[in-house]
Design a protein around this ligand. Structure first.
Ligand SMILES: CCCCCCCC/C=C\CCCCCCCC(=O)SCCNC(=O)CCNC(=O)[C@H](O)C(C)(C)COP(=O)(O)OP(=O)(O)OC[C@H]1O[C@@H](n2cnc3c(N)ncnc32)[C@H](O)[C@@H]1OP(=O)(O)O
Length: 231
């Protein structure tokens, strides 16, 4: 699972335990803030409150934002709470428990594949009452990327072909699936689908993608923080 709160090792030394405790606390706090932000965004796009209320809330949110902007990380820096590549991404717009944009999708790794569950809300609406097609593409793109990683070839999307068979309902548990179907050099071929948990046999959206695992030099150029990674 993409649980942001990993198990603590029973064999770790005292300083390691302290680091793990700190990491656990940070991730717990990030998750709690993400939860509240998602509730705020949901209420903001759903509310019929009067302009005076909206103005008062705007002022309040402005003051809250000011409490955070003194502590911003650099743009391409991998957050300390993350494991990149191929691990926890606390602020991913798809899986990140700290992201107000993320449903968030909860991922389980499979053999050369991955499965994910989530519920889309009104924030993700396209046609009234249904999910936005771009959000479906986002869910599939992400999970298909995870599938590549489980096949030992973490890669970036070079092609993603979507087919929308039926609208995706909001407020309904969804199941997303992705599998690697083949590889050719650094290219990985992946398929994916979305269905509701209630009716797994009715596929709503399918996708076919090609991902490319950048060669090591290219990967270091794209992600400078990989330079300090072991190996
Ligand atoms: C230590 C490794 C680190 C790995 C990094 C992993 C990152 C994953 C991170 C976190 C995982 C969480 C999950 C996330 C999932 C979400 C995924 C996304 O949203 S990714 C964002 C959107 N995608 C881009 O921005 C890519 C933009 N493209 C590029 O930067 C380059 O194309 C790149 C680096 C991917 C490859 O560049 P080249 O120069 O190494 O490779 P060339 O030579 O261009 O192509 C390699 C092969 O792929 C084919 N190819 C290229 N484009 C193709 C296409 N559109 N369709 C089919 N084949 C294509 C080519 O024909 C070539 O094939 P032939 O070797 O000749 O057989």
């Amino acid at each position: 699972m993409t649980s942001p709160l990993p198990h603590r090792s029973a064999t770790s030394t005292a300083p390691e335990r302290q680091d793990e405790e700190e990491l656990h606390q940070r991730r717990t706090a990030i998750t709690a803030l993400g939860h509240e932000l998602r509730a705020l965004v949901d209420a903001a796009v759903r509310t019929t409150a009067a302009p005076s209320t909206l103005n008062r809330v705007s002022d309040g949110v402005h003051r809250l934002t000011a409490q955070l902007i003194g502590h911003l990380r650099a743009r391409a820096e991998v957050p300390e709470v993350d494991e990149f590549p191929g691990g926890v991404r606390m602020y991913s717009p798809v899986t990140g428990p700290g992201s107000p944009l993320a449903p968030p999708l909860r991922v389980t790794r499979l053999d050369r594949g991955a499965t994910g569950t989530c519920v889309l809300g009104i924030t993700h609406e396209g046609p009234p009452g249904y999910g936005h097609g771009g959000i479906s593409a986002m869910l599939l793109d992400e999970l298909m990327g995870w599938a590549c990683a489980t096949a030992g070839m973490p890669g970036m999307t070079v092609s993603l072909q979507m087919r929308y068979h039926r609208p995706v309902p909001l407020e309904s548990p969804l199941r997303v699936l992705a599998h690697v179907t083949g590889t050719e050099g650094r290219k990985v071929y992946v398929t994916g689908s979305i269905a509701t948990e209630e009716d797994l046999s009715t596929v709503l959206v399918t996708a076919e993608g090609v991902f490319v695992s950048p060669d090591p030099e290219h990967a270091r150029a794209l992600f400078p923080s990989l330079r300090s990674a072991p190996g």
